[in-house]
Design a protein around this ligand. Structure first.
Ligand SMILES: [Zn+2]
Ligand SMILES: [Zn+2]
Length: 223
């Protein structure tokens, strides 16, 4: 063991107990992993198997979406520290967890594509959180990552907007620059699924540009 490790042992991000992993086993066991019935299309937890009301009245452009956990407790804290305190190592750790989840889903896809940030947002944050997750997933499942989806317009934080404002807010926010994606199946990756509006708009852009099918996986989901 290195002297540095003896003097400053690494600690769990959440409980601060000594842990060789970013998040210790005990804290990992507290993550609200989504189990039980979810909407067959958008992946929202529902009372019984089937399709949720929202997808029945207005089906999304993506064919399927799924999230690893609810956006609360341990996963929420971890995502916030990763994004806003710029802790990339937390993102790599979360990406590995998500990679195992995607491996279990066994959805077939030709490319993994992260939801992009605009140039301005990327400059201020220093990295795209979804790209860090997508890269780890790509390594674990052995499907190449493409950065061909580009964001031309940043959406305002959507917490204070109503549904219509949210939809307008992201209209024509994406472009596709990778011709290799044409006729291929794409797995879109994002950190948090909120209303699904962002992933739906990105999916629409991809389908408009000849992508065969879009599925979505996110680390967490707000309900
Ligand atoms: Zn812990
Ligand atoms: Zn649904």
């Amino acid at each position: 063991m290195l002297l540095k490790e003896l003097l400053f042992p690494s600690r769990c991000l959440i409980c601060k107990k000594i842990s060789k992993d970013v998040i210790c086993r005990e804290c990992l066991s507290k993550i609200s992993v989504i189990k039980g019935p979810v909407c067959e299309i958008c992946g929202s937890p529902i009372d019984k198997e089937g399709i949720c009301y929202k997808c029945k009245i207005s089906p999304p452009y993506f064919s399927k979406a799924c999230s690893y956990a609810l956006y609360d407790g341990v996963i929420r804290t971890a995502i916030i520290r990763f994004k806003f305190e710029k802790k990339k190592s937390v993102g790599v750790f979360l990406g590995k967890i998500l990679g195992e989840f995607v491996l279990e889903l066994a959805w077939n896809a030709d490319f993994i594509v992260p939801i992009p940030l605009s140039k301005e947002r990327l400059r201020s944050r220093g990295f795209n959180q979804s790209e860090i997750l997508a890269l780890e997933i790509s390594k674990i499942v052995g499907i190449p990552m493409s950065l061909g989806l580009i964001r031309i317009k940043e959406t305002k934080p959507s917490v204070n907007l109503n549904v219509e404002e949210r939809l307008n807010n992201i209209n024509r926010a994406f472009l596709l620059s990778d011709p290799n994606l044409k006729f291929k199946k794409v797995l879109l990756i994002d950190d948090v699924y909120t209303t699904g509006a962002t992933t739906n708009e990105a999916s629409k852009t991809l389908l408009d540009r000849g992508i065969k099918e879009v599925k979505v996986v996110t680390l967490a989901r707000e309900i």
